[in-house]
Design a protein around this ligand. Sequence first.
Ligand SMILES: Cc1c2[nH]c(c1CCC(=O)O)Cc1[nH]c(c(CCC(=O)O)c1C)Cc1[nH]c(c(CCC(=O)O)c1C)Cc1[nH]c(c(C)c1CCC(=O)O)C2
Length: 366
Amino acid sequence: MSTDNFPPLKNDLIIRAAKGESVERVPIWIMRQAGRYLPEFREIRTKQSFFELVQNPQLACDVTMMPINRFDLDAAIIFSDILVIPQALGMIVEMLPSKGPSFPAPLIVPADISKLNKDCDVTKELSYVFEAITLTRHTLQGKVPLIGFSGAPWTLMSYMIEGGGSTTQSKAKAWLYKYPEESHELLKILTNVIIDYLVEQVCAGAQLLQVFESHAGCLDHTLFVKFALPYIRVISKRVRDKLKERKVSCVPMIIFAKDGHYVLEELSQSHYEVVGIDWTIKPTQARRICGETMTLQGNLDPCALYANKEDLTKMAKDMLQKFGHKNYIANLGHGIYPDMDPENVKHLVDQVHKISQEMIQKEQSN
Ligand SMILES: Cc1c2[nH]c(c1CCC(=O)O)Cc1[nH]c(c(CCC(=O)O)c1C)Cc1[nH]c(c(CCC(=O)O)c1C)Cc1[nH]c(c(C)c1CCC(=O)O)C2
């Protein structure tokens, strides 16, 4: 499928917001917008395993389109997972029904790094993601932009050592204290793969990129600055350089470090157009730290969607007033939960549009 005849973009609100340009209404998308809270997703999951969906470009495209067909969202995000990178490096990852991701053979000691296929050809190993992106760009017919993504090095490293979810990340953190050099070696391997992966996603048609540092919250400032931040910075720089070399226009990049309020200043100076924030920091404080010209994304508590519609409207309004309509992309502060009522998602999306449009019109008439 061709990558040089994509349909023209009809809604570029999120791209304009990411670049700090003016918008007529605030764009909104929802992290994990294609997921188990949608009955049509649960239906398709009765027939296919999670990674069967991810690895089949047509099915991945169909799932990506599910929330776009239902709600007035301003971006699609390619249906995939951050754990496709450990898979490309040769690790086995299973998605267990009530447990989430699981690695039957995690990395235990630094010598295990040598088992990784560190020179893997990303173009080949993850070709299904690139095919899904190109197919989805055509299927979207320019309705909204398509976001590509990757996990950040520390988050991927911690999954590869923990072998699944963990509240303390203590096995992975032990590496940082006991084996700092080998930890850097692993982080460098991951960074190189992530860079190639993101560049290929843009070449395949991704119009924005989000880097997920989901496990920022278990580090302290010193560890983050040593083991996470340098790689986050190298990624944004090298992705831009590599795209330039290939004469492909760069796309806006979003860094989202869950629970990363303690490194917001550093993240806002890491050459990403957008900083995503969770609900543990006040919007006004995030603005103060990141500056007026930084585009912020977030940060409604995902549980706010359990509230009644009237209260949800108030929370949407409050969020818009605090962030302001400029340099802002509305979103939750983390992924949506599987038991959420899709009706409430629709309400949030529509209210963000309605309220922000009124705010902007009122400001223009003054
Ligand atoms: C940490 C992480 C993962 N995956 C991801 C992250 C970073 C974001 C975050 O911090 O949550 C990213 C991700 N995972 C998924 C997407 C798809 C795009 C989207 O709609 O946002 C994205 C962007 C689909 C998914 N990834 C997963 C599902 C549900 C799996 C299923 O259908 O059984 C979906 C729709 C599984 C997954 N994948 C992962 C976990 C922890 C789980 C289990 C938890 C859960 O079930 O929600 C790893």
